[in-house]
Design a protein around this ligand. Structure first.
Ligand code: URA
Ligand code: ZN
Length: 388
């Protein structure tokens, strides 16, 4: 697929977020993270999301308040479409950004998540209807520790109700105990049955303590949590899922990993080696008490897909190689919009997006079949999108 007028490849962005109006209202009403708050001397309200921002929230610096400015890029569909047009993106698969509805899962009543989840999915479907052919979305699930089956009616109706839904976005927490939690099996089963891929996305990063006091004071901005904490979180989550045998139990379940799989492409062989040389696992297998049926490589080239949000050639090539002989068919371009915006006024092109497109064009050859696959054709096939 190439645009006949510009001869440029049609780009599909599968990693692009929004906070629809009902979600913004929720955040405005809160006083623990995630929240929206104004700080003296700063005209724009700020969006405070991450656990790493908590220390700064209780003791905000007047010059550098916590969070990020809540610009219209986070909330406005017109802004999303303008961004897409600016960057030659034909189709976007929208998703609610982190932390989804996880903060409601502490409510004693599991059904309290149903209404907001349903409302948000409806808001996304309505947005998609406003721009036929250009928008799809990953829905949000009402995951509550007390009741996995409360997600059931929503999932079962997703494909019927929401014509543009192409999967679900979930965090690494699952129902509160991670993705290796046996209670997640109900959820995975529903998703496998409905052929709804999971888009697995981080939110928690690593404990603040890992990054030290200077990070806690805000000295390094968001760099350590976003560059390192996020990808490690994803890596741990998917490794736990693998070790627990979830991929073997649900062999048709598809999982798209954010940020090129975190660090999984680099660490897969080490994981494999640690498994093969683990005394406990070895004994368990000998006694016939469970064996992981397939290597992590086999899972990577059958059930896992990676986005191409890695910002450079080295990571991109590792992600492709890790995904098997036909790995280039398993990567899908993304931008992570509206995060990582340009910081100077008047900059219209997003440098973070340019880094990701250049990684593809340089790594795979501008205009090559492979570049076109990663930039858009793979997503069209894997997510069953209509060709532009
Ligand atoms: N920061 C976030 O909180 N979420 C993203 O998706 C990217 C950056
Ligand atoms: Zn993201």
């Amino acid at each position: 697929t190439t645009d006949p007028q510009t001869n440029k490849p049609n780009i599909v962005d599968i990693h692009t977020h929004m906070y629809p109006p009902s979600y913004i209202k929720l955040l405005e009403s809160r006083n623990t993270i995630p929240l929206i708050r104004s700080f003296p001397g700063h005209p724009e309200p700020r969006l405070v999301l991450l656990p790493s921002e908590v220390p700064l929230l209780s003791n905000p610096s007047p010059s550098h308040p916590p969070g990020r400015p809540l610009t219209e890029a986070y909330t406005s569909l017109d802004a999303k479409i303008a961004f897409m047009d600016k960057h030659n993106i034909s189709i976007s698969v929208l998703s609610l950004a982190n932390p989804w509805l996880e903060f409601l899962s502490t409510s004693p009543d599991p059904s309290s998540l149903l209404e907001p989840a349903l409302r948000i999915n409806v808001e996304f479907e309505v947005m998609c209807n406003q721009h036929p052919g250009r928008l799809y979305f990953f829905g949000v699930l009402p995951l509550h520790p007390e009741n996995t089956l409360c997600a059931l009616p929503l999932v079962l109706s997703m494909k019927m109700k929401f014509k543009h839904c192409r999967g679900v976005i979930i965090g690494t927490n699952g129902l509160g105990k991670g993705l290796d939690d046996p209670d997640m099996e109900d959820v995975f089963e529903m998703l496998e049955e409905d052929d709804l891929p999971i888009f697995l996305h981080p939110h928690y990063g690593l404990p603040n303590q890992v990054f030290g006091e200077r990070a806690e004071k805000g000295e390094y901005g968001h760099v350590l949590s976003l560059a390192l904490g996020f990808p490690m979180e994803t890596t741990v989550a998917v490794s736990r899922m693998y070790l627990s045998g979830m991929f073997d139990k649900f062999p048709k379940l598809k999982v798209i990993l954010a940020h090129g799989g975190g660090t999984l492409p680099f660490l897969a062989a080490r994981i494999e080696s640690c498994i093969r040389h683990d005394g406990y696992l070895h004994k368990k297998e000998k006694e016939g008490r469970g064996k992981i049926k397939r290597s992590i490589w086999e899972v990577l080239n059958s059930q896992v897909y990676l986005d191409a949000v890695v910002y450079g050639e080295v990571g991109l090539k590792a992600a492709i190689q890790a995904s098997g002989e036909r790995g280039v068919e398993r990567l899908m371009f993304g931008t992570d919009h509206p995060f990582f915006p340009p910081l100077e006024e008047g900059e219209e092109e997003w440098g973070s997006v340019v880094m990701n497109t250049e990684a593809v064009n340089k790594g795979l050859g501008e205009g090559s079949k492979e570049a076109r696959m990663v930039l858009g054709e793979n997503a069209i096939k894997i997510l069953n999108l209509e060709k532009p």
